[in-house]
Design a protein around this ligand. Sequence first.
Ligand SMILES: [Zn+2]
Length: 142
Amino acid sequence: MLITNHVLSGALIGLVAPDVGSAFGRGFVSHFILDSVPHFGVDDAHLMRVAVPDGLVGLVAIAVLARATPRRQLLPLLSGIAGACVPDLDKPGRQFFGRSPFPAWFDRAHAVIQPESTRHFPVEVAAASAFTAALLVLLRRF
Ligand SMILES: [Zn+2]
């Protein structure tokens, strides 16, 4: 799944989690749940064409969410986002350092659960819309 959706779902989880540790843990688990849903994906030759804009949109989303979140909720929010995004550190790790930071068994398990297709971009848009709507409702309550 696009990292932007992991950012949005991790933020949502962080805002409703009872503490910072569970925000990270629940965000981490959510990564694999989202990755197991049929989602958008391209082959390795086209990966950076998607990953760069997706990463930039994800960073902007983190900045916007951090600004919109009350200070007392900020650490759980960021912890949820971190937990939800950490499993994808294998991508920048391979791109910039030539290796994943995770053991091979972890990367194999992560790769095998991905039902990716270029036809599934609407799934990403629907997920981003749902997460954003939920975040807007939740942030109005604080
Ligand atoms: Zn992933």
